[in-house]
Ligand binder design. Structure first.
Ligand code: N01
Length: 554
């Protein structure tokens, strides 16, 4: 990387922001296609979300065999997962191993943040300013910052006065956190809280959980991964990849064929029983219509509500833990090990913030409307400024100095979730508007990286030096994304998918809910049509300027 303040022409073809799973594959694919690449990573190592999320109990809710790269058979063969659902340390180890196997580290600058990146219209390049005081000029800016890397701690009054230990699940310290014998508070009962609470309860002298919205959680039923499962995954990689690519979830398993109400009560219950006992989040795919039909969804929700009532001893606690006012799966479904039963322990209490709202953090703990609590430790499991936060927290500036945060003040306009008007030569891996978090994110990443690099190869072949989408293409795509979301039950809950968890954030459904398979096809069609909806500039002076007017109707 150059150390001159305004280097010219370019220091690298592509600057990749982030060295998590998206960044690692982007580096590899770009190098394989003979593009020079530099990656900037704020963490001290690769792994992204799995580098930062070290809270007790952190674990993936996608099965490890599916939560793996598929682009290289040798990687599949030579890495052996130990459990059905991998723990954070093992996933981090996997990311490190991949980085070493593919010799990726030499392209990455660690412990460095991208503070600002500005598009230089005269040279069609990005000038990227990093926290080490350096500047790098790149033809392409590729964001691989993930959807859930901008942690959020709500600005509770008194937060600064608290004298005890404070942790956020998404920024858990790298040193051992000893909770033994301590009075611990956990605020938040999303996926992170639900995983952390049973583990924290094992250590703490007393644990108090502050819950605003109860969540539906399904048992993981984690277990060792058997040798024959690994062998099968290696042997059938091609078939698995084809299946994953042709289904909405990106894991090769689609929704059940039957509609929930087409079965009688007993058969429907048998099906739910089967999924419940198998474990994992596929419960919400048991029937074809659980994500779209409120009546069908009600049956699944009732089933889980009954389970909560049977697991939790105290009826009042069970009632507080039971979600009643939104459909199952409308917020991201949680997967747990012993979550509900943890509340049967005498040293674990639950505070219902809907009945007893949190008023302030005090110097020694938390004050609610009706109670005061002293704590040695407060754990914020309060989530993230999802999807847009990781991008808007950097000072990204497109044409004419347009700030991304301003462009997105009314929601994240985008084309295909991968490109933005006024931000030429910039690609967003798993950006808002793409399936990302609604599918197996590794499959989403692979599809995006391959599409982006193919597009760059196309540009090189045609001597184009600039690609940009248009406001019309964005509008057409965003309308399409919204229309699909409206047909689902996602819009029936308050969630980070809609930005509800961040004060002042415009409420827009951000991911693409039409399925990774359909999305993949759409992206491929657009590429085949010479990148319909994009315009190019370059030596051949044959820039196309087309719009994606057909998308909304397709
Ligand atoms: O965050 P969340 P998360 N006062 O936003 C509460 C992925 N993930 O870190 O629901 C009081 O889901 C908030 O309450 P409410 C996964 O995609 C995956 O848990 O807004 N409470 C909620 O209970 C997941 O969806 C894995 O009413 C407040 C909690 O904090 C995503 O990350 C593991 C509050 C936040 O829940 C985010 O999960 C972990 C306030 N002011 C995460 N503000 C796996 O793979 C927020 N809350 C398993």
């Amino acid at each position: 990387m150059s150390k001159t303040p305004t280097p010219s022409p370019v220091d690298c073809d592509a600057l990749v922001i982030g060295a998590g799973f998206a960044g690692l594959y982007a580096i590899h694919k770009l190098r394989e296609s003979n593009f020079s690449v530099t990656a900037i990573e704020s963490g001290g190592d690769v792994g992204g979300t799995w580098y930062w999320n070290r809270y007790p109990g952190a674990r993936c809710d996608v099965e490890s065999i599916s939560y793996s790269y598929t682009f290289d058979p040798e990687l599949v063969e030579n890495w052996r997962w130990s459990e059905r659902f991998a723990s954070q340390p093992e996933i981090l180890e996997y990311a490190r191993w991949v980085a070493d196997e593919l010799d990726l580290r030499r392209s990455i600058t660690f412990n460095t943040r991208v503070d600002k990146a500005e598009y230089d219209e005269t040279s069609s390049t990005w000038l990227v300013h990093t926290s080490d005081g350096l500047q790098t000029r790149a033809r392409f800016l590729i964001s691989a910052v993930g959807c859930l890397s901008a942690e959020s701690i709500p600005q509770f009054p008194g937060l600064q006065t608290y004298s005890g230990e404070v942790y956020h699940t998404g920024r858990w310290p790298h040193h051992d956190v000893n909770l033994t014998g301590k009075r611990v508070a956990v605020i938040g009962t999303g996926s992170s809280g639900i995983q952390a609470i049973p583990e924290i309860a094992k250590q703490a002298a007393h644990l108090t959980v502050f819950q605003r919205t109860p969540n539906y959680s399904l048992p993981a039923r984690n277990r060792p991964l058997y040798a024959d499962e690994h062998a099968d995954a290696v042997k059938n990689l091609g078939k698995r990849r084809d299946r994953a690519r042709s289904c909405p979830t990106g894991i090769g398993i689609g929704f059940g064929l039957n509609e929930a109400l087409s079965l009688n009560d007993m058969d429907r219950r048998d099906t739910f029983d089967r999924y419940w006992h198998t474990g994992g989040n596929l419960f919400v795919t048991a029937f074809s219509d659980l994500a779209t039909n409120l009546t069908a969804n009600h049956e699944a929700a009732e089933y889980v509500r009954e389970k909560i009532a049977t697991i939790v001893d105290d009826p009042k606690t069970a009632q507080i833990l039971t979600p009643v006012d939104y459909p199952i799966g409308a917020k991201r479904i949680c997967v747990d090990t012993d979550y509900y039963s943890t509340f049967n322990s005498p040293h674990v209490d639950l505070v219902d913030l809907r009945e007893d709202p949190l008023e302030t953090i005090t110097d020694v703990g938390i004050k609610t409307e009706h109670n005061e609590f002293d704590f040695d430790v407060i754990v914020f499991a309060t989530g993230y400024d999802g999807m847009t936060g990781p991008l808007t927290r950097m000072d990204l500036r497109g044409r004419g100095g347009l700030a991304l945060a301003d462009k997105w003040s009314n929601g994240p306009t985008n084309y295909l979730g991968v490109a933005l008007a006024e931000f030429p030569n910039m690609f967003t891996i798993t950006g808002p508007g793409s399936p990302s978090v609604l599918a197996n994110v590794i499959a989403s990443i692979e599809q995006h990286v391959e599409w982006i690099v193919e597009c760059m190869v196309y540009m090189r072949r045609n001597s184009f030096h600039e690609i940009e989408t248009s406001a019309r293409s964005e509008q057409s795509w965003v309308e399409h994304v919204n229309a699909i979301a409206e047909r689902t039950l996602y819009v029936h809950a308050k969630s980070w998918y809609l930005g509800d968890n961040i004060e002042g954030k415009t409420r827009v459904f951000m991911p693409y809910a039409g399925g990774l398979n359909n999305y993949r096809e759409k992206c491929a069609e657009i590429a085949t049509a010479n990148y319909e909806g994009f315009s190019f500039a370059g030596d051949k002076k044959s820039a196309r300027s087309t719009t994606a007017t057909t998308l909304a109707s397709s």
